[in-house]
Design a protein around this ligand. Sequence first.
Ligand SMILES: [Zn+2]
Ligand SMILES: [Zn+2]
Length: 144
Amino acid sequence: MSSATQQLQHLLEHAGLRVTQPRLRLLEFFARSSGHFTPEEIWDRLRASGHPISIATLYQNLKTFSEHGLIGEMIGQNGEVRYDTNLEPHAHLVCLRCGRLADITLELPDLRPRGQAQGWLVAQTRVDLQGLCPECQEADLPAP
Ligand SMILES: [Zn+2]
Ligand SMILES: [Zn+2]
C-alpha cells in the first residue's frame, strides 16, 4: 500500500469511518482534485480513471464525508449540490454568464449581530458573490 493511501486510510479511521475501497478512491479523488463537483461529475471522473464506483455508494459516501467534515458542501448557481475540495473557510464568487466558480477569502469585520438579530451567535458564514469572470468581461467588450 502506498504511503498516500495509508494517509487517506488514517484520515478515515480518524473520522471514525470504516475503511473501504470506494471510500479510499473517493478520498483520493478529492485529495488530487480542486474545485466544486456535482456527484455526477465525480462519478464520471472516477469511471474515466478506471475506478468506477456505484452511484448509490457515491451519494452515500459523499453525504458521510461531508457530515464528518472531510469535504465541503455547497449549492451551485442552479441549485445543484456541489462538493468542495477546499476545507478552508472561504466565500464563493460565481460568474453570472458562464457559471464559473472561484474561491475567495473574505475578511468579515464584525460578526456581532445588531438590530433585530441582536443576541444571536454566529457559528458559520456562507457568502456567495456574483459577477463576471475575466473571460466573460472581455467577451462583453464591443468589437473594435
Ligand atoms: Zn464567466
Ligand atoms: Zn469553494
